[in-house]
Design a protein around this ligand. Sequence first.
Ligand code: FMN
Length: 315
Amino acid sequence: MRFYFAPLEGITRYIFRNAYEKYYGDIEKYFAPFISPTDNCFLTPKNIRELCPEHNQGINLVPQILTNNSVAFIGAAKELYDMGYRELNLNLGCPSGTACAKKKGAGFLTEWYEMERLFDDIYEWSGSNNVIISVKTRLGRFEPDEFYDILEIYNKYPISELIIHPRIEKDYYKGKPRMEFYDYAVEHSINPVVYNGNLFSADDIEKYDQNYVEEKKVSDIVMIGRGLLYNPELIKLFFNRDNDKKFDYIRFWDFHDEIYRNYQEIMSPDKNVLFHMKELWTYWKELYPESERAVRNILKTKSYGEYEAALRNLK
Ligand SMILES: Cc1cc2nc3c(=O)[nH]c(=O)nc-3n(C[C@H](O)[C@H](O)[C@H](O)COP(=O)(O)O)c2cc1C
């Protein structure tokens, strides 16, 4: 099996990606959290900081664009091209109210005519510039049945990879992925499909490997997001599933310290850094199932001093 790291807005930023690559790795491609270009500003200084090659050395990074507008997409794509990127991803899955109200992300999935116009333009540009564009999609906005028509649209374009998160907008990230629609895509997509959603354990990955890679001859690539936060060793665990190896807490703390230190270098004051660290702890708490209270205390801290004291209680 091979693995893509899913884009997680606010979390898988360059500081996190570099630390993950250093301590864990085994990631074929990291998908950057979306950027949202407009007609008159394609990349903000923050976007450039996140995506510039100097901050992403040794990482195979794919920038992701959230838009319904080909001028904005191509404008951003050209700037990314100048930074060296030859692969981009279009976000057609974001379920956030703000994006969907503007008919972006999953909110664009009902606008079939406009989708085709966007695809006409961006694939014409990418074809003549030697760039490939993958799409990360949900099944639809309101009903999963929308996917039948949406897939017909996708089949008209040279989508390098169709990454499917088999939920609809209102599912958000809850409930079980609707695998019957993923199965439909496996059967009917002309473009290569990549699965994404709820792979949380070595068993989950193994089942996918058996059911799809072995039996249905689907590509052996999956995209994982939250699973790699809940357990940064998930991939290693999958590869070594026959051994009874314990979680390496020393490595985890080195990973933690690197993220914490590097955020302190680029952000101030305490509040901003702690906001990011605490967001990570909402996932990392799974690594300390017996220490709920100690983790709750971490989430309440308001200064570096309090945070570090709370960590000592956990270590
Ligand atoms: C906090 C958070 C932020 C996310 N940000 C993005 C994003 O920027 N772009 C995107 O395509 N998906 C985004 N997603 C969706 C994930 O990439 C992924 O599709 C989803 O979490 C399901 O995969 P998983 O079950 O492996 O986590 C986000 C999800 C979460 C929970």
